[in-house]
Design a protein around this ligand. Structure first.
Ligand code: FMN
Length: 188
């Protein structure tokens, strides 16, 4: 079951603040794809911006440069196998959506699909920076839409009601950490 409700754009950086692995989805002219990306981070509050590294050899890179858009989908622990799978083959050779039974839905903000089963989604419009893209594979984008599963993120706070819904954080070689229990510091 996928649940989704809008997140205020000014709060959307919180969806990335703790460094979860992401699924980057993109679409252009009837072609669509999804890959894993661990190297994504928030960059600014208002207007909200993110930065993500998209390797120049990926097919996703081609779709993102052609469309100027992508979605950063935040998967949960229940999706770890799919994350690894879509990060280990190329959409040039495989229809990842069919092969790995990945459902999607559309939103009106970008052409890129939202990946079902994720717990948060950031729709992003690329701010072209040719030098950074070519030299560092670094894409800077404005967040133009944000949604989260209200079981996990509501009123600006994360909470993890079950292990399956925890965010996952990539180490290497197929190993992940799952987020732990939330706690407060500084008397807040
Ligand atoms: C967990 C995980 C994290 C990854 N993080 C990144 C990343 O941050 N940036 C990147 O360019 N590739 C990353 N990759 C590799 C891409 O997902 C991989 O090259 C993918 O096959 C590209 O698919 P495509 O050619 O269909 O676009 C990661 C792979 C895995 C498994």
């Amino acid at each position: 079951m996928t649940m989704r409700q809008p997140v205020e754009l000014e709060k959307s950086y919180l969806l990335l603040n703790h460094g979860p692995v992401t699924l980057v989805s993109a679409a252009q002219g009837g072609r669509r794809n999804v890959m894993a990306a661990a190297w994504a981070m928030p960059l600014d509050f208002s207007p909200p911006k993110v930065a993500v590294v998209i390797d120049g050899r990926t097919w996703s890179r081609e779709l993102i440069e052609a469309s100027g858009e992508f979605v950063l989908n935040i998967p949960c622990r229940a999706m770890a196998e799919q994350v690894l799978a879509v990060g280990s083959c190329t959409g040039r050779e495989v229809d990842k959506f069919a092969t790995f039974a990945i459902g999607t839905s559309a939103e009106a903000v970008t052409q890129a699909p939202l990946i079902d089963g994720c717990i948060a989604w950031l729709a992003c419009r690329v701010i072209p920076e040719a030098h950074n893209q070519r030299r560092y594979d670094l894409f800077i984008a404005e967040v133009v839409g944000a949604w989260a599963d209200p079981r996990v993120f509501a009123e600006g706070r994360w909470r993890f009601p079950s292990d399956d819904l925890r965010t996952i954080h990539y180490l290497a070689g197929g190993n992940f950490l799952a987020s732990g229990d939330a706690f407060a510091a500084g008397g807040q």
